[in-house]
Write a protein of this length. Structure first.
Length: 457
């Protein structure tokens, strides 16, 4: 249909809103045609930085205040998690040789300069960078930790990785190190010296490289960590885990089956949970003189609204202080000051008993300092983001399904669905662009000639 809109100032804004929403709906409907093995991920779109008092909003063509944008952002819980930036995993005390041989020499990760002095010492913590992501690798007491899950790393060319594997340091052969190249050459299953599993995938187009920032120091061969899969025992309440992330931390659910859950962690990253027989606990609790401590692994993430997430976590009773670390937040004020807080119990918000589904420590970080404007020093983003989900952009993750059991889809059906999504996306984006331009022009001058234009099909 071709519609002709005669628009004055207020009707223009109203119709533009309606038609942009229709364009978004078109894309969402088309994305449902995609095969279930490739769940759609909604991209984040940049919004004004903290401290900006007003701006011209291209979508609505109206002046918008910082308070309005904060309110809308907070209302959409699914946008709050911005990235899972690092996994904290102890290595065996006194074995920097094994750590370096695997994480730096074989995986091609980069030594973070903030911990580089420890390389010469041959002891203490090292940080290994993979694009915008990291591994924090402290010394164990004395043993290494084994993460029960699968860590996916993406590379533009796996042939380089294969060459490094073939020329590996022979000390790795005396450990739990193992590898297997997929028959197609598109992925490599590899195990670190202590038993943690990695899935290395080829990404020639660089889709796993997060453009929002990077870690300090030289670039790594690895583009990033597009998926972190956590194993949990069969029967674990995955729907409850989904509700926890959606309602408390703010991460949208992309896929939920009887045995696997996939959550969106960033525009190009997922956090997954999968049933596995014999899955090991992810926490290792002890009581110190000053309070409880977890010696298990922990996952770190940056979120847009620390205060809101803390309030929800506190109301659910899941805030946690790990006395293993010096940065401790017992209150909201201390969380804001420390730019972080922790949770370890994952609880279903709908469960009246509040019984933990599992224990997995999360370090929940703010992108900004206590002033709410300046970027927190460790935040890997180039700029302070105030990000919102953009329903007109669709990203299909090829990595998260590695953690999900699903029947292969028909190649012809996949190709047809992909074409349909691409066609609908292009049409909707074109419609949105024209309507956004129309909104701008007519709000500036409602008598302009171009305030009466045909809306494209």
């Amino acid at each position: 249909l071709s519609l002709s809109l005669s628009l004055s100032l207020s009707p223009n804004a109203m119709w533009a809103k309606a038609m942009v929403a229709l364009a978004a709906l078109t894309v969402r409907s088309a994305s449902s045609l995609a095969p279930s093995r490739a769940p759609s991920i909604l991209h984040f779109a940049a919004q004004p930085q903290y401290g900006e008092r007003s701006r011209r909003d291209a979508t609505r063509g109206v002046k918008r205040t910082e308070q309005t944008e904060r309110t809308e952002r907070n209302a959409n819980q699914n946008q709050n998690v911005l990235i899972v930036d690092h996994l904290n995993l102890n290595h065996q005390k006194g074995r920097h040789d094994l750590l370096s041989a695997f994480y730096f020499d074989l995986l091609g990760l980069a030594v973070d300069p903030r911990k580089e002095e420890n390389v010469a010492k041959g002891k203490k913590t090292l940080w290994a960078n993979a694009g915008i992501h990291q591994f924090h690798l402290p010394e164990g007491k004395p043993n290494a930790q084994v993460f029960d899950g699968v860590i996916t790393l993406a590379y533009k060319d796996l042939r380089k990785v294969v060459a490094r594997i073939e020329g590996r340091n022979p000390i790795l052969d005396e450990t739990s190190f193992a590898y297997e190249v997929d028959g197609t050459g598109g992925s490599i299953a590899v195990t670190d010296p202590w038993g943690t599993a990695f899935n290395l995938v080829e990404d020639p187009m660089g889709g796993a490289l997060d453009p929002r920032g990077s870690q300090p120091g030289p670039a790594s061969d690895a583009l990033g960590m597009p998926d972190l899969c956590v194993h949990v025992p069969p029967g674990t309440n995955l729907a409850g885990i989904s509700r926890f992330y959606e309602q408390i931390l703010g991460a949208s659910t992309l896929s939920l089956t009887h045995s696997a859950l996939v959550l969106q962690a960033s525009p190009s990253q997922t956090l997954s949970f999968r049933h596995k027989a014999g899955a090991s606990p992810h926490a290792d609790m002890e009581v110190l003189e000053n309070g409880p401590a977890n010696n298990g692994v922990h996952v770190s993430m940056y979120i847009a609204d620390l205060k809101s997430a803390y309030a929800k976590a506190e109301a659910l009773g899941v805030t946690f202080v790990n006395h293993r670390f010096s940065r401790q937040a017992y209150t909201l004020e201390e969380a804001v000051e420390q730019c972080m807080f922790r949770v370890i119990d994952v609880v279903d918000p709908d469960d009246p008993s509040k019984t933990p589904i599992l224990q997995l420590e999360h370090e929940v970080r703010s992108t900004v300092k206590a002033d709410g404007k300046n970027k927190y020093k460790s935040c890997p983003f180039d700029e302070v983001p105030a990000l919102a989900l953009d329903p007109a952009s669709v990203y299909s993750s090829p990595y998260a399904p590695k953690c999900v059991s699903a029947a292969p889809s028909s190649p012809k059906a996949s190709a047809g669905a992909s074409d349909a999504v691409a066609s609908a996306t292009a049409a909707a984006e074109g419609l949105a662009e024209e309507l956004n331009s129309l909104a701008e022009a007519c709000n500036d001058d409602p008598t302009a000639e171009n305030c009466e234009v045909p809306v494209p099909k």
